[in-house]
Design a protein around this ligand. Structure first.
Ligand code: URA
Length: 284
């Protein structure tokens, strides 16, 4: 029991934390915003409130989990505190060096330029068959994916599996990745900087996988990879072309399975898109 709280305050705080966790908020951010890109976090500066992971068990036992050493504010030399454009350039340079998907994964495991890595439990690189003709690309891992280190393993992943099955695909005949390979804390939308830092890696991943067909799941993947500006409802349902770096392939955008879980009536649109994919696979 925290001596600074009355039993009622303690109970209320504990219930609030439990509510946060139930709603997927398992990372607590400090009350004062921390600019992790600020160049001048000198030793003398007041240490910023750090990002703290909420542990399910701890949260029910006490109200203020201590800051674990691994989550202490990184020193100024930490590449995750670099200016975003420096991190983007570093990402481009390192991604280009990968000669295979294995090398790319190894590079990402040690890449320190993206702040999302600080709060994620695991790198979520890919699942499926890298020799497949079809590559699906989603947005970013959620909680289940972060825990397992694999894309699309939660509820939306189960729906994706059913959609793939309907057109004769599964994880042995498709390759699956995300434009962001680390879970954003609390499943928030990745910032434009985070997206820009991660982009060179997914571009290289597509180039190395070299599929015949690219399927973008949801608006963010379509916008990042296909250069479209409109929303997904306007973009979906038509074949576009994608330049892998070595050749041009066919690409299509469709609705994200997480959206379909919220809007099941829209599954008919996704069904049309997947039927286009099945037809194209059968024709070539
Ligand atoms: N949503 C995504 O976009 N990717 C995942 O891996 C899981 C959910």
């Amino acid at each position: 029991m925290n001596p600074l709280m009355t039993p009622e305050q303690f109970k209320a705080a504990r219930e609030l934390l439990a509510l946060y966790i139930e709603n997927g908020v398992d990372v607590a951010l400090g009350e004062t915003p921390v600019d992790h890109f600020a160049p001048d976090l000198g030793e003398a500066a007041e240490p910023p409130q750090s990002i703290v992971r909420i542990d399910r068990r701890e949260a029910t036992e006490r109200t203020r989990p201590p800051i674990p050493p691994a989550a202490q504010p990184a020193a100024r030399s930490d590449p995750a505190l670099q200016a975003p454009d420096v991190a983007v350039m570093a990402a481009r340079e390192t991604a280009r060096k990968a000669a295979s998907l294995q090398e790319l994964r190894a590079i990402l495991e040690t890449f320190e330029g993206c702040p999302l890595k600080l709060t994620a439990k695991n790198l979520v690189f890919a699942d499926g068959n890298s020799q497949a003709r079809v590559m699906f690309v989603g947005e970013a891992p959620g909680r289940d994916e972060d825990l397992e280190g694999l894309p699309f393993v939660g509820r939306s992943g189960q729906l994706l599996d059913r959609m793939m099955k309907a057109v004769g695909l599964d994880r042995t005949s498709a390759y699956i990745a995300n434009i962001i390979p680390w879970r954003p804390p609390g499943n928030r939308t990745p910032t434009p900087q985070e997206a820009a830092i991660c982009l060179p890696f997914i571009l290289r991943q597509i180039e190395l996988c070299n599929p015949d067909f690219l399927v973008c799941l949801g608006g963010p993947a379509a916008q990042a990879l296909l250069g479209v500006k409109e929303g997904i409802l306007k973009t979906r349902g038509r074949w576009l072309s994608y330049q892998t770096g070595t050749r041009e392939i066919r690409a299509i955008a469709t609705l994200h399975p997480a959206y379909l879980l919220r809007q099941p009536l829209q599954k008919r649109l996704a069904w049309r898109d997947f039927s286009m994919l099945r037809k194209a696979l059968g024709e070539s």
